[in-house]
Design a binder for this molecule. Structure first.
Ligand code: CP
Ligand code: NVA
Length: 309
């Protein structure tokens, strides 16, 4: 059955729990040298209209490790660049490959692709959401904290695509999420409105980073200017200064709090060198876990949940 991950609202709590368990299992087996290749003969297309190191490489290696083939589709070398309609590309690719991961600007374009696609479509980041990032980040939280429940999670910085996916996750699985963003850079109202009525967690939005970080177990930050916002970079540096995750800020958190960043990081901007390289930082585990989570996602979307077979 075709299932997409366009936003985390496409998943149920059971889907989240299954993916956490299966990604952890695949990771453990991989570390032991056990080869799992359920996707032999299957292929994953990757269309990336923005740069990527981690997401692209981790999806590609995930597919290879599972026995399948990743096919990187350079949009500028296809008819996409000559304005072939998205709905036509979606229908044609559906005849060749088994799933597609797309990184693009517009969530609407992604949704439009999925509407005409017969194969699973995975959001590999849009301006609005970065769902797979937060799935793998939750795996990292579980690894370091033993559970995602009872964790106070503080987002500090821009109310951006990654923040939006944390909001969705909070609403589906029930998280205690506090987001501290400068005034005017809070998460989009449409994203909050979509979840607040059905939310099973608690979501607090504040303009005070110290309030969000108070007693937090997890502190998360991301770049101040996302891809596509490069022209705002200098202006944002002024506004976001008090939101830097540094030793002073994290002093208010739980002593064993972990610090997370989806990367790429700008040392001296959203995070200090000392904190990024310090003992509370788990950023390299986060980067690694993208691959393990992507393996669980690809297996589930292409051939179904492991337990069900
Ligand atoms: N975290 C993340 O998505 O990184 P990339 O932009 O390198 O894929
Ligand atoms: N918010 C960042 C995430 C990068 C992985 C961006 O969209 O550029």
């Amino acid at each position: 059955m075709k299932k997409d991950i366009l936003t985390l609202l496409d998943l149920t709590k059971e889907d989240f729990l299954y993916l956490f368990q299966r990604a952890a299992e695949l990771k453990k087996r991989h570390k032991k040298g056990i080869v799992d290749q359920p996707l032999i003969g299957k292929s994953l297309g990757l269309i990336f209209e923005k740069p990527s190191t981690r997401t692209r490489l981790s999806f590609e290696t995930a597919m290879i490790q599972l026995g399948g083939s990743p096919i990187f589709i350079s949009a500028k070398d296809t008819q996409i660049v000559r304005n072939e309609p998205v709905r036509d590309t979606a229908r044609v690719l559906s005849r060749y490959i088994d799933a597609v991961a797309i990184r693009t600007f517009s969530q609407d374009l992604l949704n439009g692709f999925a509407e005409f696609s017969d194969i699973p479509v995975i959001n590999a980041l849009t301006d609005l959401y970065h769902p797979c990032q937060v799935l793998s980040d939750l795996l990292t939280v579980i690894e370091h904290k033993g559970e995602y429940q009872n964790q106070k999670i503080a987002w500090v910085g821009d109310g951006n695509n990654v923040a939006h996916s944390w909001i969705n996750a909070a609403s589906v699985i029930g998280l205690d999420l506090r987001l501290a963003c400068p005034e005017g850079y809070e998460p989009k109202r449409e994203v909050l409105d979509k979840v607040l009525s059905a939310c099973c967690g608690t979501i607090l939005v504040t303009n005070d980073p110290h309030e969000a970080v108070q007693d937090a177990d997890v502190i998360y930050t991301d770049v101040w200017a996302s891809m596509g916002q490069e022209r705002e970079q200098n202006m944002r540096k002024e506004v976001f200064g008090p939101f830097q995750v540094n030793t002073d800020l994290i002093r208010g958190a739980a002593p064993d709090a972990i610090v997370m960043h989806c990367l790429p990081a700008h040392r001296g901007e959203e995070i200090s060198e000392q904190v990024l390289e310090g003992p509370q930082s788990v950023v390299w585990d986060q980067a690694e876990n993208k691959m393990h989570m992507h393996k669980a996602i690809l297996e589930a979307l292409i051939i179904g949940n492991h337990k069900e077979k």
